[in-house]
Design a protein around this ligand. Structure first.
Ligand code: AMW
Length: 157
């Protein structure tokens, strides 16, 4: 697996834990909760409606796999699955991506604060290198997720 493009970012292979024919999934450099990951089409498309039908199918099937994987791996009981589609909706990276966040009871004082956090966590003033996880930490998480995917049959995760 070579490096992949995510909007303006070049993503190291070490941060990617799933690649399909048309999609890939990567760990987040600034997760809102543990296990907050991203699923993207391989083609750099800005808006959800610009995806072809086969890309939507692959993206959402990949999202299902990834969602089951991170819910189990991070001992969660629920998920927040979200797309910020366009700048007014909080999208900062001009490449469609599905946020998948494992959720647990009481993880936020107000449950819907997760959406505020999603809006704010990568605002320009917040998204500074000092707050990003290290490459090593991200690579270790991606490796664990890759290994876990190998253990599970495709239709189970
Ligand atoms: W958006 O606000 O565009 O819906 O979300 C962008 C997401 O991508 C954020 O969660 C942000 O932390 C994440 N992100 C941005 N650049 C990278 C990168 N190089 N590696 C991993 N995650 C990234």
């Amino acid at each position: 697996m070579s490096s992949l493009r995510f909007g303006q970012h070049l993503i190291r292979a070490s941060a990617v834990f799933l690649q399909t024919e048309l999609s890939f999934a990567l760990v987040n450099r600034k997760p809102v909760v543990p296990g907050h990951v991203l699923v993207c089409p391989l083609r750099q498309v800005e808006r959800f409606c610009d995806l072809r039908a086969d890309e939507v199918t692959d993206l959402f099937l990949s999202t299902q796999r990834v969602a089951s994987l991170v819910e189990t791996h991070f001992n969660a009981t629920s998920l927040t699955i979200a797309i910020q589609d366009g700048p007014a909706a909080g999208q900062t990276v001009k490449h469609v991506h599905v946020h998948v966040l494992p959720r647990k009871t009481g993880d936020f004082q107000r449950n819907d604060s997760v959406y505020e956090e999603l809006q704010n966590h990568d605002r320009e003033d917040e998204d500074v290198p000092a707050r990003w996880r290290s490459e090593e930490e991200m690579a270790a998480e991606a490796l664990e997720l890759r290994e876990r995917l190998k253990e599970a049959p495709t239709d189970a995760v």
